[in-house]
Every structure is written in C-alpha cells, then in structure tokens.
Design a protein around this ligand. Structure first.
Ligand SMILES: N[C@@H](CCC(=O)N[C@@H](CS)C(=O)NCC(=O)O)C(=O)O
Length: 211
C-alpha cells in the first residue's frame, strides 16, 4: 500500500484515539479526521459499526486497509513513516523489545488495570493472562527506571502509547505516580504533540457541545 494513500483517523476527542492522533502528529503524517460524537452514540450507529463492528475508536482507513485496535494501528502507522526516526524497523536490535512493549500494553497492562478499575477478581495467577497486577506494574516500573524512554535513550512510537496511557492511569489514580511513572509522564507531556492534540480535542469537544 503506497504511503501516499489518504489516512483517515476515526476519532473521538479525549479517548484512546487521542493517542493515535498524537502518533500521527509525532510522525508528521498527513491525515484527516472523521470525528465521532460519543455522547450521541455515533459509535454504535450502523455507519460506524461498518467501520469497526466493536463500536470502538480508534480505527484508521489507509487506502483500502482498515485497521482497528490502537496497538495494531500504532505499529502500522509507525512502520509507514520510518523517516520520522521513531520506528525501530526489522533488523534494528530494538525491534523485538519495541514490539514486546506494544503488546505488553494490550495483553497485560490494560486488562490488569481494567480488572482493578472494575473491582474484578483476576482469579488464579496461572490462568490470568497478565498473572497479577503487582508483577505487571513491577515489570513496567523496572523497564522505566533507567529511562528516559521505555527503550532507553531513544524516543520511539511505543512511548506515544505508554506516555498517553500512563497519563490517564496516574491521572485517574489507577496506578500510584511512583517516581519512574511520574517523570516519564512529565517528559511525555512536555512534547509539542501533546499540546497540539489537547488543542484539537478541546476544539472538537466545544464544537460537539454546540451542535
Ligand atoms: N481494544 C480497543 C479498545 C478501544 C476503546 O475501548 N475505545 C473506547 C474509547 S477510549 C471506545 O471507543 N468506547 C466507545 C464505546 O464503547 O461506546 C483498542 O485498544 O483500540
């Protein structure tokens, strides 16, 4: 698929798709937005269910390719724009760890925190995909301890996912803002892409409130 095909992000302000928007900004990728109004339930209308039957954002369309799930979208977009310099490509020693930390988010960290938020007992450690929450968070804390970024000195696309996620996780008090998380979140939030996305989302929310 040529990169020159248009990219459309299906986006709702201040949701997981804001992380995808930040990635597009970091990649300096051309894109357009298809904005959904979650309050009016647009994500559950047939038009959007034809895009993502799960009724969730983000989703992207790139030419004929439709991609859902923020982790898949992140890997896909970062691979499309290697010239931005934030994608460890195949052959780079960081490629494996880079994929590991993308998948760790969706396979371990988010399920563990959603269980916690919903006050659900995770059950037997051997049957739970993430084991237990302390081990999951301990593994992440150890990885971030040396910093400044998840993979060390180099800022990569996976930091967009983790920076965004740890901002809301610490913001909502789902995880304690221990030193490695706090400094990482501050470092991420100092990036210009974060301010740009905050402005875009604020304008979209205002427009939706007035519609
Ligand atoms: N597994 C999906 C989860 C996406 C998700 O939960 N998105 C939320 C917004 S943060 C959503 O679209 N919720 C709308 C709804 O369920 O009505 C992913 O990682 O992309």
């Amino acid at each position: 698929m040529p990169v020159t095909q248009p990219i459309t992000l299906f986006h709702a302000p201040q949701t997981r798709s804001s992380g995808t928007l930040a990635l597009l900004e970091e990649l300096e990728a051309p894109y357009d937005l298809h904005v959904l109004n979650m309050k009016s339930g647009e994500q559950r209308q047939p038009a959007y269910l034809a895009v993502n039957p799960m009724g969730k954002v983000p989703a992207i369309r790139h030419g004929d390719a439709l991609v859902t799930e923020q982790v898949a979208i992140g890997i896909y977009l970062a691979d499309l724009f290697p010239e931005a310099g934030i994608t460890p490509m195949i052959g780079d020693a960081l490629r494996g760890p880079y994929l590991r930390w993308y998948v760790f988010y969706a396979a371990c960290c988010e399920p563990a925190l959603v269980d916690k938020a919903m006050k659900r007992e995770p059950g037997n450690i051997g049957m739970t995909p993430y084991g237990d929450l302390p081990t999951t968070l301990g593994t992440l804390t150890a990885q971030l301890r040396d910093g400044p970024w998840l993979l060390g000195d180099r800022f990569t696309a996976v930091d967009v996912l983790w920076g965004t996620a740890l901002t809301w996780m610490t913001g909502f008090g789902l995880v304690d803002a221990v030193a490695p998380f706090k400094t990482y979140v501050e470092r991420w939030n100092a990036r210009p892409s974060v301010a740009r996305v905050a402005r875009i989302d604020a304008d979209l929310l205002k427009a939706q409130a007035n519609s």
